[in-house]
Design a binder for this molecule. Structure first.
Ligand code: AMP
Length: 181
């Protein structure tokens, strides 16, 4: 790991709170609100994600509802590209593609507008936490169904004790921090 990568991992680790038994008994929720709330750290993290991929490697950023929206909007603004929300079922007003999948806690459906990535745009996908990988796998699937190509996937934190990375085998997974229990 480079010095810059190690510094970014330390920054993320310093701004996450473990919340036991949320939203269900047995789940340790990784609350990254302290990172979002710290302007200096938030900027360094956004810049770190952009630097990892390279500004020229993507045409648009897709954020996964809801914490991914925060990251996606900041990356989009910092790089001058657009932002596309990948939303929970029933929120988008026009025709959508939908994918259902299993979560670490429960089941979910994500949607994106069918015309979201017209013209084969290169899409950088972002979210806060990679757990079992179901959410990210569904999103990458949606990106491709909606006409985009996946330029990369970045998360702030990967739960290294869950099989997210294996589920995304062959996909370009970038995590600023990987944690064990
Ligand atoms: P998964 O599909 O299991 O990889 O779950 C990832 C999605 O659920 C992300 O959008 C996360 O925000 C959320 N998530 C899952 N597990 C956790 C956790 N332990 N702490 C915080 N967020 C989580």
């Amino acid at each position: 790991m480079s010095e810059i990568d190690a510094a970014l991992a330390d920054l993320v680790a310093s701004r996450v709170l473990d919340v036991p038994d949320f939203p269900k008994p047995g789940i340790v929720f990784k609350d990254l609100m302290p990172l979002f709330a710290d302007g200096d750290v938030f900027r360094q993290v956004i810049d770190g994600i952009v630097a990892y991929h390279g500004r020229e490697s993507f045409d648009v950023v897709a954020g996964i509802e809801a914490r991914g929206f925060v990251l996606a909007a900041a990356i989009a603004y910092a790089t001058g590209v657009g932002v596309v929300p990948v939303r929970k079922a029933g929120k988008l007003p026009r025709a959508t593609h939908a994918v259902s999948y299993d979560l670490e806690y429960g089941q979910a459906t994500l949607e994106v507008h069918t015309d979201a990535f017209a013209g084969g745009q290169r899409v950088l996908v972002v979210d806060d936490v990679l757990a079992t990988g179901g959410t990210a796998a569904a999103t990458l699937d949606l990106v491709e169904r909606a006409g985009g190509t996946v330029a990369g996937l970045s998360v702030l934190m990967e739960l290294g004790f869950l099989p997210g990375r294996e589920r995304l085998a062959g996909r370009p997974v970038h995590a600023l921090l990987t944690v064990q229990p």
